[in-house]
Design a protein around this ligand. Sequence first.
Ligand SMILES: [Fe+2]
Length: 296
Amino acid sequence: MNNPFNLNDTESYLRWREQKLAAAPASIEELVVEVRDPRALTPSEHAALAERVRRCNMAIYASTVPDEDTEITRLLGRQFGLHRLDANWLAGEDGVSSLRVINDGTRQHYIPYTDRPIKWHTDGYYNPPERQILAMALHFVRPAASGGETRLMDHEMAYLLLRDENPAYIAALSAPDAMTIPSREDEYDGVREAQSGPVFSLNRDGSLHMRYTARTRSIEWKQDAATREAVAALTRLLASDTPHIFRSRMESGMGLLCNNVLHERAAFLDDAAIPRLLYRARYSERITDEPFKSWT
Ligand SMILES: [Fe+2]
């Protein structure tokens, strides 16, 4: 089957590559769509967000909705065909996680619930193959007092730039034993068995999936030269000043909708009186491109 993400299918790759580069946003501003209420988008707001997701697997909305309401994220997702929430045991009952700095209890041991930086990753990289995260939505109720910048990179663009540099990097990162998460305790189930898998793989619909973390602890890379060189190339790319990395400081009422693209969060300073709060929903399905249907 023709697929641009097949290393043997150069023709499909080159065609896809040309379109991908032509459609790539030149700046973060191109990703942002102003919306009145993310819970109930107008058809034109929906179309504008969907168009950005088609181009680069992500879109940012800007609203002035001040509400503390996890339904914002759940209802936004539903309007893009996202129904199957991947709830972890720290998420709320509706499957949406409220991320804030927590100084006691179990959550303080997980970086999302601290003010520390989170290095480049895709969500759920530690999950077994049958439980991969294909889409993700974030909604910022309150940003941090300072810091906390979000960096984003379309994982398809990372694939493209790496393949252009050397297709052998893609081959190494597609090996089923490229990356192993050793057995550990995690935020889903407590104790987990070691989990090996590829960085790049194909979803059932032929789209590209990426599983990655820049963490150096709690991760084991395959110990061969090809993998080491590929990981080094990816690390260089994510530390570079490529225009395909977007930087955003999300304001209150803003949010991200994406097909689990690469992302990173800077450290931040919290103000205890108005602490940072954001909602996060993770899905086991990709954003669909179907025409707008009201959720009511
Ligand atoms: Fe994340």
